[in-house]
Design a protein around this ligand. Structure first.
Ligand code: SF4
Length: 449
């Protein structure tokens, strides 16, 4: 949690010398608290006071980076318990689990399958980011061979999991120099061993166990200079894992308890794949920075990625698209013209139904600041005036030869005014996007052309 201005002021020299370019120490403290000045700008601040203030003003949850620069995955540094208080900053990374015991051919097939696991939803591409490779074979050679195949085929950030710190170190050093894989030693490894592993590989570590043991080990590692740590409850039940992730977030944010101020890795694996996928959705909602999952089938993975997309959307900024007149399919001048808002979910719902209908259309996305049809109408952002302005702005009359538009059924009340103001013939369409296909096939043909 950021320090307040008065907390900073108490630690300043309070000499009002103006050397920082600010008239008083208090004004300087306020600027630092607002992020408009840095502590180093005060040349009279002692090193001890600077260190104390820097430590106190550090984010309550650490930021950990996985993968190679310049595009690492950033995890943690969350600032709130509840999304609506601000937003969640760094989306959960989904790591699909692979065993090195699967054999090289199966691993190659899995890599090919991984590349196909992409979905487009409301204009965004959803996909898993990582592979979690488990040293189930217990063989260092098989582990290394599997890691090499995955690295060569995918090049994505990885979680390397093994009972043996030695095996993790050897593979990380040989294959992942500068790539920051997450090293998760699932066996008993002392703090000294883990610190050495970090030193020789430069990779972040995962420390698993109970809240108490994890806090102790994170503190001991921090004392040895190891700060890039992700914590986990390990392979425990969903309820135990939830208690772990919730308590760590509360301890870090509410009590500024640094040893638990680390991103959390959750395991969502089990024989019942559907139940495990559901567990993964829960972990996405409740604080996991990384979820290790067996959801290789698209129908299991998509709900996890969708949950993540929803949870990590800024609640104060609707997902919106650029307003405009969009062509869907091979449009002609006879193609229907549908009107909606520039709220992504509204637009892409309409677009999806148009694509399914196989009837090419133009869609006018009116600028409603990313709000949906009814919300925008209630806020007076989707009305006769704004739609008429959008028709003119995007030269809709030049693109079609029929002078007819389809208005969402939910705002049928503005149809007459819109027809009068715009000069277009207004057809009232279905209330829900799912009715667009039948509407185009039946009503448009009858009433439209
Ligand atoms: Fe105060 Fe330091 Fe600024 Fe001088 S340089 S006014 S001591 S904050």
């Amino acid at each position: 949690m950021a320090l307040k201005g008065l907390d900073i002021y108490k630690n300043l020299p309070r000499e009002n010398c103006k050397e920082c370019g600010v008239p008083t120490c208090l004004a300087f403290a306020m600027k630092v608290a607002a992020g408009q000045a840095k502590l180093e700008d005060c040349p009279r601040l002692s090193k001890e006071a600077q260190a104390e203030l820097s430590e106190a003003s550090a984010p309550p949850q650490r930021l950990v980076k996985l993968g190679a620069d310049p595009h690492p995955i950033e995890l943690g540094q969350e600032t709130v318990l509840f999304r609506h208080e601000e937003k969640f900053h760094h989306p959960t990374a989904v790591a699909l689990r692979l065993s090195d015991a699967a054999g090289e051919e199966e691993i190659k097939k899995a890599c090919s399958a991984f590349l196909k696991l992409q979905f487009t939803r409301v204009g965004q591409v959803l996909k898993p980011e990582m592979i979690a490779l488990v040293n189930e074979s217990q063989s260092p050679d098989k582990f290394r061979a599997a890691a090499q195949i995955i690295r060569g085929a995918l090049g994505v950030p990885m979680v390397l999991m093994s009972d043996s710190a030695e095996t993790l170190g050897a593979v990380a050093k040989a294959l992942f120099s500068g790539c920051r894989p997450l090293l998760y030693c699932t066996g008993d490894a002392s703090v000294e061993t883990l610190a050495a592993l970090r030193k020789e590989t430069g990779s972040p570590l995962c420390v698993a166990g109970s809240l108490e043991s994890v806090a102790e080990r994170v503190k001991a590692l921090a004392d040895k200079g190891v700060k890039d740590v992700i914590i986990s409850a390990g392979a425990v039940s969903l309820s135990e894992a939830l208690v772990f992730s919730t308590q760590t977030r509360r301890a870090a944010l509410g009590k500024k308890f640094r040893p638990l101020g680390c991103p959390v890795l959750a395991m969502a694996c089990g024989e019942d794949k559907a139940a495990s996928a559901l567990d993964a959705c829960v972990h996405v909602s409740k604080y996991a920075a990384v979820v290790v999952s067996d959801a290789w089938e698209p129908h299991l993975l998509l709900p996890i990625l969708t949950a993540r997309q929803n949870i990590y959307t800024d609640p104060q900024k609707p997902v919106q698209m650029v307003p405009g007149l969009y062509d869907v399919g091979e449009v002609t001048q006879e193609s229907p013209l549908l009107v909606t808002t520039n709220f992504s979910l509204s637009y892409y719902s309409v677009e999806g139904e148009v694509e399914s209908s196989r009837i090419p259309c133009r869609i006018l996305a009116v600028d409603t600041e990313g709000t949906s049809v009814l919300t925008a109408w209630a806020a007076d952002k989707f009305n006769s005036e704004t739609i008429t302005a959008a028709l003119k702005k995007f030269a809709a009359a030049e693109k079609v030869n029929h002078n007819k538009l389809v208005l969402p059924g939910h705002v049928a009340v503005i149809a007459a005014t819109l027809a009068e103001d715009s000069g277009w013939k207004v057809l009232v369409g279905p209330r829900e996007a799912s009715g667009i296909g039948p509407f185009l096939k039946n009503s448009w043909k009858k009433d439209g052309l």
